[in-house]
Design a binder for this molecule. Structure first.
Ligand SMILES: Nc1ncnc2c1ncn2[C@@H]1O[C@H](COP(=O)(O)OP(=O)(O)OP(=O)(O)O)[C@@H](O)[C@H]1O
Ligand SMILES: [Mg+2]
Length: 362
């Protein structure tokens, strides 16, 4: 059994299924990003893990022990909420010390621990500041120190950076990860920022309408999304319509023939097919193991170090993104170009959302 294990968690509010059969197995010390659109059930699942909410069915195990019926205080978990939720009339020091006083620890022991934590989050010089005398980022550091003070076995963070501006987010993100690694604390981190989830996590959970759509390493989620929802939610993806010409792998796409390594099983000649490919995986020069399509450049945009290109293939549109090498001549609008779609990153599935098979898989 994994260190933290959620099995078959369901939770409804009235007729609404906020969490619909979530299974999640997390290893000790892992950093897990919970990613999903607003209302998909991320906070609800986190609150169930913390014990603030009881599931209708399902169990939570921590280190082999069933904690499902335990109160939050008895679970050894620390939580940081989206809103800072610091005690407004207590200093940074008192906020961090609070959980330790409740646990009736000795004065000098508390002082040692609080000083150590405020040092860890970089606030050693602001221990006597009240929350309103701290910036948003500093308040969130206090909230983090407060959650960590009782040495929880699991750290739960619910969009801890969402109220902060982009630059502070970036540095605090690295800070949280550094602290998490130093303490080797098992962490669930909720965000609806895909870049944040991919950048920070050992593994990412993609949530949608109360269900876990995919759970895997960031590269897996990005390179091999299991379905159209994950592909569309994480990064950008091109979707092309095609028709199966032969089961050996040829398909027709707006009058052109494109070779796939194989056609998804169950599809016959004449069936409709959808192809997905990331803009940055498409190449303008011949590649071994790829399919070729002729296209016309519609528009081109310079994005500093990268070029973004909109191309048309008959009535279909394809986005291409590529690094811009020094002295390279970029195509211009109106140019005819050949686009190469590498087989290993081209995903083909029936024009029906449920059956998805990577085109490159055996
Ligand atoms: N206490 C509650 N009573 C009724 N409905 C609730 C309650 N808590 C959550 N919900 C509903 O459950 C669904 C999931 O909510 P949840 O807060 O878990 O979403 P979320 O993924 O955290 O979204 P966000 O990214 O906006 O924070 C939503 O439709 C929400 O309205
Ligand atoms: Mg939420």
């Amino acid at each position: 059994m994994a260190y933290l294990e959620c099995s078959g968690i369901c939770k409804s509010f009235g007729h609404l299924r906020a969490v619909d059969g979530a299974d999640l197995a997390v290893e000790r010390g892992e950093f897990i990003g919970l990613l999903g659109p607003s209302g998909s059930g991320k906070t609800t699942l986190l609150r169930i893990v913390a014990g603030f909410e009881q599931p209708d069915s399902g169990t939570i195990h921590l280190d082999g022990r069933n904690v499902t019926g335990l109160s939050p205080q008895k679970r050894d978990m620390g939580m940081v909420f989206q809103s800072y939720a610091l005690f407004p009339n207590m200093t940074a020091y008192q906020n961090v010390a609070f959980g330790l006083q409740v646990r009736r620890q000795g004065r000098s022991q508390i002082k040692g621990r609080v000083d150590e934590l405020l040092e860890l989050v970089g606030l050693a010089d602001k221990t006597s500041h009240l929350p309103h005398q701290l910036s948003g980022g500093e308040q969130q550091r206090v909230a983090l120190a407060r959650a960590l003070a009782p040495q929880p076995r699991v750290l739960l963070l619910d969009e801890p950076l969402s109220a902060l501006d982009a630059r502070i987010r970036l540095s605090l993100r690295q800070e949280i990860r550094r602290i998490q690694r130093a303490l080797q604390i098992t962490t669930l981190y909720v965000t609806h920022d895909q870049e944040e989830a991919l950048a920070m996590s050992d593994r990412v959970v993609v949530f949608h309408a109360g269900r876990i759509e995919q759970f895997g390493r960031p590269e897996e989620i990005y390179d091999r999304p299991v379905n159209a929802f994950v592909a569309g939610f994480v990064g950008t993806t091109n979707l092309l319509q095609a028709e199966v010409l032969s089961s050996s792998g040829a398909c027709r796409l707006d009058g052109q023939i494109l070779d796939l390594p194989k056609v998804p099983s169950g599809l016959r000649d004449g069936d409709q097919l959808e192809l997905r490919v990331r803009p940055e995986h498409i190449r303008l020069s011949p590649q071994p193991g790829s399919g070729r399509l002729q296209a016309v450049v519609e528009d081109i945009m310079f994005l500093g170090g990268r070029l973004s290109l909109r191309a048309s293939i008959g009535r279909q549109v394809l986005w291409v993104e590529m690094p811009r090498g020094p002295g390279e001549v970029a195509p211009s609008p109106g140019d005819a170009v050949d686009l190469y779609l590498p087989h290993e990153v081209l995903v083909a599935h029936a024009a029906h959302p449920d059956s998805t098979v990577p085109a490159g898989s055996a």
